[in-house]
Design a protein. Structure first.
Length: 503
């Protein structure tokens, strides 16, 4: 992982030299008041380009003086090393000196600076690491040391800059990778921190605790992103939610629930094929993902793919049986039967005026078992319906006594049905199924256009009282009015529910 900075090498060197002059200058000002070189300049990471160049020219003229000052300070401090009984920052990894730098003259200064840091003296630690870098500008362990100094101060951005300096020289230097990750965590840059920690583990596989921490951080970061994605989905910001889920899937491709939640967005937007692809991915990861199977069934059924919809429902039922799944499976059987009906039958519901032949087909099909029980119960002669598309159902309802031909044996299948005739057919079917003439608690209604003495009043009032038909405007029944297809279908459905509730 490339975690180093992308600075021009010359300007970076000048900037680092100036920073070190500042840090060492502060040490000289305290311990050597007669020395002219002092400084209170801001952190090197905060200077402008012009300031860095100016300081670079100054540094080139005074490098010898600085080296002398550094040696004097180091010699003076040698006898005053802190005794660290309890480390101030025990969680920090020690910025160890790699074997390639073991003979570097900056080693002693670097080690003393680390002792100052762990004693809690950040100013002395900063001056010590800076002095080590003045001795050897390429001594990257002290870059990391300064990163830990800034991290201890809560200056996360400056800490990251110093760790980046160290990593620009040693990309796999574990203390800098770990320190960088810690600094990034303090400012909420979790994904970058995880990447830095992962690079540290890759460089040193023995860091088992850090490996476990990476896993915890990845999970925490993942769930935080999931929360944001769900919030976007709930708010209807589908584009934002989709983008968030796609990023999550790229980061965690084995999390099946992400595909399911993304499929929900695709389904909501009418992208059925895209939703099915996401659900298939979820099921590949977990064959027991019952939610995915149910969503898949819904999509297939919406596309009239009854076979695949049924298969998906059967898989869901085998995992977690529910009443709703059983209902949907039963609906599939009904839809299959409906699909096998003649096209004329499927057009009944959209009819502007239902005919006698259509009503016979509707009743014959929806009450097929009841009609079959009465088949042949009476001799039926019909002379005008042999070529009618629903002839079989005309014969069935006639033999059952639900509908009758006239005295000339004509059924008149193309004649429009009236509301009075529909009420009569509904009551006859109910009686055929074993229902009483009226329910005991039902009061027959009165109509403004149909007196109780009217021949059609009994059937009309009972059909309304039982909820199969509804009165019209101004409490009229309008017995001679035609019947819409939707009205006929709804009336038959109400009768079916009534018989189911009162077998």
């Amino acid at each position: 992982m490339d975690v180093g900075p992308s600075l021009d090498a010359q300007s970076q060197s000048a900037s680092r030299q100036c920073a070190l002059v500042d840090m060492v200058g502060r040490q000289v000002e305290v311990e050597h008041p007669l020395t002219v070189l002092t400084g209170t300049n801001p952190s090197p990471t905060m200077r402008t380009g012009g300031e860095r160049l100016a300081r670079s020219r100054f540094c080139s003229r005074t490098s010898l003086a600085v080296l002398l000052i550094t040696w004097t300070w180091a010699a003076g401090c040698a006898t005053r090393l802190p005794v660290v009984t309890t480390a101030a920052y025990p969680s920090y990894p020690v910025p160890v000196v790699p074997p390639a730098l073991a003979d570097n003259p900056a080693v002693a200064e670097h080690e003393r600076a680390w002792l100052y840091l762990q004693s809690g003296d950040l100013e002395a630690a900063e001056r010590g690491f800076a002095s080590a870098l003045r001795i050897s500008l390429e001594f990257h362990p002290s870059d990391a040391g300064l990163g830990f100094v800034e991290l201890s101060r809560g200056a996360s951005a400056q800490a990251v800059a110093w760790f980046d300096d160290a990593l620009s020289r040693a990309p796999t230097y574990v203390p800098a990778l770990v320190g960088r990750g810690e600094a990034l965590l303090t400012v909420g840059r979790v994904s970058e921190a995880v990447a830095s920690f992962e690079a540290a583990v890759a460089a040193d596989p023995s860091l088992t605790p850090l490996r476990r921490r990476v896993e915890d951080l990845r999970f925490t970061d993942l769930m935080a992103q999931v929360t944001r994605a769900r919030a976007a989905r709930a708010a209807g910001r589908d584009d934002d939610a989709r983008a968030a889920y796609e990023r999550l899937i790229a980061a965690s491709p084995d999390s099946g629930f992400l595909y399911i939640e993304l499929a929900d967005i695709e389904q909501r937007e009418g992208h059925g094929e895209a939703a099915l692809r996401r659900l298939e991915q979820a099921i590949e990861l977990d064959r027991g993902a019952v939610t995915a199977w149910r969503m898949m069934a819904t999509l297939y059924l919406a596309a009239d793919d009854l076979d695949r919809g049924e298969q998906a429902l059967l898989r869901a039922e085998s995992i977690e049986p529910t009443r709703e799944t059983s209902r949907l499976l039963a609906d599939i059987e009904i839809r299959r039967r409906e699909a096998s009906r003649p096209p004329e039958y499927r057009r009944i519901e959209a009819s502007e005026a239902v005919t006698r032949g259509e009503l016979a087909a509707l009743v014959g099909i929806r009450f097929q078992a009841l009609m079959s029980e009465r088949a042949g119960a009476r001799t039926t002669i019909i002379t005008d319906a042999r070529d009618y598309w629903g002839y079989g159902w005309v014969i069935a309802v006639s033999q059952a006594g639900v509908m009758e031909a006239d005295t000339n044996y004509r059924f008149q299948p193309d004649r429009e049905v009236t509301r009075a005739e529909l009420a009569d057919v509904l009551i006859r079917v109910r009686q055929l199924a074993g229902g009483a003439d009226t329910a005991p608690s039902v009061t027959r209604p009165s109509f403004s256009d149909l007196a109780p003495s009217h021949l059609r009043y009994a059937a009309a009032s009972e059909a309304v009282a039982l909820g199969m038909l509804v009165p019209l405007e101004r409490n009229t029944f309008q017995p001679g009015r035609g019947v819409l297809g939707t009205e006929a279908v709804e009336a038959v459905e109400r009768l079916i529910r009534l018989l189911d509730e009162n077998p």
